[in-house]
Design a binder for this molecule. Structure first.
Ligand SMILES: [Zn+2]
Length: 224
């Protein structure tokens, strides 16, 4: 099945060069795990960067080779989303009697996934603590779930891990990466299938007060 909706070029470049904040690194890394097209794209970007550095190595005698070597090494070893453990403790999560496989980047960060909380009817959330106060959310929408219409403060990035949801604009399936801003008003819902997503979520005001602390300042980091 083809992924329709990808991160834009600039995000992939920043991913390759490690310029994304940790939350977005996990987000884009997980999409790349799921997307052969973006894997190729990132590989091409890394190759261009490597060639550029090699070119500068020839012309810039002032830069010691050892420095260039370590730069090259870090480029070749990137992308490197935070990896506290070399091996994933678990590469799946369980919820509502179902088991969901985690893409590699998420599996490496499985220990960061907190407790599931039932938000409202047919909607569950688990925080993913990226560290330094950065937070992602796993959102599970059971079949027939609807998120009340809402706009976003800043921008909301969503990645479908498993399943399908739709809104007024489109249908989103495994691997689709969606970036919405305050100009988009939408009503995500599931019909006929459930859906697990990873999201940087601006809390819709309809939800309980407890969730408002999830308001995520990442967008200002992201688009600076
Ligand atoms: Zn992609």
């Amino acid at each position: 099945m083809m992924i329709k909706s990808h991160p834009h070029e600039q995000l992939l470049v920043q991913y390759a060069t490690g310029e994304l904040n940790p939350a977005m690194l996990v987000m884009i890394g997980t999409h790349v795990d799921m997307c052969p097209q973006c894997q190729q794209h990132v590989a091409d970007i890394e190759e261009q960067i490597a060639l550029k550095v090699l070119g500068e190595r020839v012309t810039d005698a002032a830069l010691p080779n050892t420095v260039v070597d370590s730069m090259l090494e870090s480029i070749m070893n990137s992308p490197a989303p935070i990896q506290v453990r070399a091996e994933a403790a678990r590469d799946y999560i369980s919820l509502e009697g179902k088991r969901f496989a985690l893409p590699a980047t998420l599996a490496r960060n499985e220990h960061r996934i907190g407790q599931w909380h039932h938000m409202v009817s047919k909607l569950w959330r688990a925080p993913v603590d990226i560290g330094n106060g950065e937070m992602l959310n796993l959102i599970y929408m059971a079949d027939g779930a609807q998120v009340p219409e809402h706009t976003h403060k800043g921008r909301e990035a969503t990645l479908v891990i498993n399943g399908v949801f739709n809104d007024e604009f489109n249908e989103y399936r495994d691997g689709d990466f969606i970036l919405l801003d305050e100009h988009h008003k939408h009503t995500p819902q599931t019909q006929g299938e459930d859906c697990l997503t990873l999201a940087t979520l601006d809390a819709p005001m309809h939800f309980t007060a407890g969730i408002s602390r999830l308001l995520n300042p990442f967008s200002s980091l992201f688009f600076r």
